[in-house]
Design a protein around this ligand. Structure first.
Ligand code: FAD
Length: 533
């Protein structure tokens, strides 16, 4: 397959004159067209004086599985999924859990559940403390959100934006299961809010119908928001089916990237900067295979060390959740995407951040192990999750080349407190399901059902799945395990930044797409300031 080249480099950025092996020369090379990469490349390309190359390993997004909201599960296991799988984990009864990630223009924003969630106020305050920079704090980030959003709901001018590239709307015509969840949570004492992206995430939490990136009934991904309208521009080149394999360095200065399309090896040079936006797995992988990472890990695979950075591929975090499945008397209708209500809750009001994170799904999904206990034909579920798991994982190379798969030691539930909190979140989900608002929808609780404490722990280990929010593997901060500084520059390297879910110091309380768009926007702001653009 040859790379799809939307637009040849402009004459001022003409490829390979001085070196026939060079496939192109640009001001900025953005590696990865996901949630953060599209926002970043789109913003940079607004300046016609600079040339931007956006490189994506996956293909186009013109597929009903991407565009029709309810079809998102069909992307899992398809060519639009990297198909990562964690290593077998003793804390999950030795299960090796799938960790899907988007491999298509738009990245995760093209295959995800479309939920737009902006994290808690104190998540951003925490990131600002870790970065030692107020510019990552909530008030600064609210400003960024206001320019990102084209919010269709009730006006909230202090917090919500109008006229920005990302169309965000409140779920339309919520399904009975979502309505029941909001009412049940209220009955348990959790306040209901108009939107999960306002006052709700400045306090103890609560419940709300979701905000979604759905426009006119179709997915409006971050690629469609930022890149599609600019695809005709001569200063923006988008390559698909092209996989970045390593950085090209001159000493500790990054001058370009190597990539391949099938067996063809390509070299692209960057006159100003390279920005890695390949997500929380492939960004650290590419760093390590370029000689940037923990020196013992690099030496094990014969990779010459350019910069010892012990934090690359460490601090792996993800939201974990546990399916609570309920049988209904009749089939459940599916709304946009199948998940229309979310709750966040601090079980102790003294907590800085919510510990419980749950959403409802309009269809039951069990793991292969819990499915053996019986999954009802008709039903719904609560995806009962943890907002801030304490378990930490790590990434390891299996070889020096891009085709050598990464080993993900996710270590889910390795921290004993996560198991305790898992029991709490499940208890809340079960209490909600038995609230009066679910009466017409509940025939019986299918899973976990009545179990004693040790049986429930066993259920939890069999039921644990990812919320698909892998993050934090090249964290921003000032300690020795930090990989980027407050301006997203990789420590010890010149002309290299990271802008994706890798840089979170810790998990945001909720879904990760919107915070990644903030990272892309912030990166654009920082880069333009650095270069006086
Ligand atoms: C099934 C699923 C459901 C989810 N649901 C939600 C949800 O409803 N709401 C929400 O907020 N979040 C959700 N998420 C998470 C969210 O989509 C991601 O956290 C977010 O997209 C991460 O953004 P990113 O910029 O870090 O990377 P990504 O969006 O993952 O983008 C990285 C891009 O880089 C490309 N890439 C990787 N390696 C290379 C390489 N070597 N060369 C070139 N390109 C490369 C990838 O193909 C991809 O397009 C979901 C994720 C999944 C998988």
């Amino acid at each position: 397959m040859s790379p799809s080249i939307d637009r040849a480099p402009s004459s001022s950025a003409s490829p390979g004159r001085e070196d026939p092996r060079v496939s192109g020369r640009y001001d900025f090379i953005v590696c990865g067209a996901g949630s953060a990469g599209c926002a970043l490349a789109g913003r940079l390309a607004e300046n016609p004086a600079i040339s931007v190359l956006l490189i994506e390993a996956g293909g186009d997004d013109e597929a009903p599985e991407v565009l029709v909201p309810g079809r998102w599960p069909l992307n899992l296991g398809s060519e639009r999924d990297w198909g990562f799988v964690a290593q077998p984990n003793p804390h999950l009864n030795h299960r090796a859990i799938p960790l899907n990630m988007g491999k298509v223009l738009g990245g995760g924003s093209s295959i995800n559940v479309m939920v737009w969630a902006r994290a808690h106020q104190n998540d951003w305050e925490h990131f600002a403390e870790e970065a030692d920079d107020e510019a990552w704090g909530y008030h600064a980030v609210l400003e960024i959100y206001r320019r990102i959003e084209d919010w269709q709901g009730a006006p909230d001018p202090a917090r919500r934006g109008l006229g920005g590239p990302v169309h965000v709307e409140r779920v339309r015509d919520p399904q009975p299961v979502a309505i029941a969840m909001v009412n049940a949570a209220e009955a348990l004492g959790m306040p209901a809010f108009e939107s999960p992206n306002g006052a709700m995430m400045e306090g103890r939490g609560g419940v709300a119908f979701n905000d979604l990136i759905v426009k006119d009934g179709m997915r409006a991904s971050v690629f469609r928001a930022y890149i599609l309208p600019k695809r005709h521009q001569s200063n923006l080149t988008v390559l698909t089916h092209t996989q970045v394999s390593r950085l090209i360095l001159s000493g500790t200065t990054v001058i370009g990237v190597e990539a391949f399309c099938d067996s063809a090896r390509l070299r692209f040079m960057a006159d100003r900067e390279v920005i890695l936006c390949m997500g929380a797995i492939n960004t650290p992988k590419t760093l390590m295979q370029s000689g940037i990472g923990p020196q013992e890990e690099l030496r094990r695979h014969g990779i010459p060390v350019v910069q010892h950075l012990p934090g690359v591929g460490r601090n792996h975090q993800d939201h974990v959740s546990f399916g609570c499945i309920f049988e209904s008397r009749t089939p459940i209708a599916m709304g946009h995407g199948g998940s229309e209500a979310t709750l966040y809750w601090k079980t102790d009001p003294g907590m800085r951040l919510p510990d419980v994170f749950q959403c409802q799904l309009e269809f039951p999904v069990a793991t292969p192990e819990t499915a053996r206990r019986g999954v009802p034909e008709h039903g719904w579920m609560v995806f009962a999750g943890l907002s801030h798991p304490k378990s930490r994982g790590s990434l390891h190379l299996s070889g020096p080349e891009a085709h050598h798969p990464i080993r993900i030691e996710a270590n889910t539930l390795s921290h004993p407190e996560d198991l305790r909190r898992a029991m709490t979140t499940i208890e809340i989900a079960r209490e909600m399901a038995h609230a009066p608002s679910f009466r017409g929808l509940l025939k019986r609780e299918a899973l976990p059902g009545r179990l004693d404490a040790s049986e429930l722990q066993d259920y939890i280990r069999h039921a644990a799945v990812t919320f698909w929010h892998q993050a934090c593997t090249a964290k921003m901060g000032v300690d020795s395990m930090s990989v980027v500084d407050n301006r997203l520059r990789v420590y010890g390297l010149e002309r290299l930044r990271i802008a994706d879910a890798s840089i979170f110091p810790d998990m945001p309380s909720g879904n990760t797409m919107a915070p990644c768009v903030v990272i892309g926007e912030r990166a654009a702001e920082l880069i333009m300031a650095t270069h006086g653009l």
